[in-house]
Design a protein around this ligand. Structure first.
Ligand SMILES: [Zn+2]
Length: 102
């Protein structure tokens, strides 16, 4: 059986040890504002449809929403939770920053 390791520091996580699952869900936000389209709307729509057709379904889905799952040890999990992108700033909590409430 493959040994489970922390995705961040690589430390081995033996069976029964304390480990955390980090699920990252990224999805396109919509703030209710649509940019005004300059030009012929029908033409623009056709262009958009052509662009969409040339993309495969997977690319299109990943553009809208993508989920990632990581397993972390406690140390890495605590570090990640307090500052996910290592910017030195505290992470936002809850629904405050979303453009829409689902
Ligand atoms: Zn770790």
């Amino acid at each position: 059986m493959r040994k489970l390791r922390c995705h961040s520091c690589g430390k081995e996580l033996p069976k029964g040890s304390l480990k955390y699952v980090i699920e990252i869900r990224s999805f396109a936000d919509f703030d209710g504002y649509l940019e005004e389209y300059e030009g012929d709307i029908e033409e623009g729509l056709n262009e958009l449809l052509d662009a969409v057709e040339s993309l495969d379904v997977k690319t299109l889905e990943e553009d809208v929403s993508k989920e990632l799952i990581f397993i972390l040890c406690k140390i890495c999990r605590d570090r990640f939770i307090s500052d996910p992108f290592q910017t030195g700033r505290t992470a936002f909590e809850g629904e405050d920053v979303k453009g829409t409430i689902h």
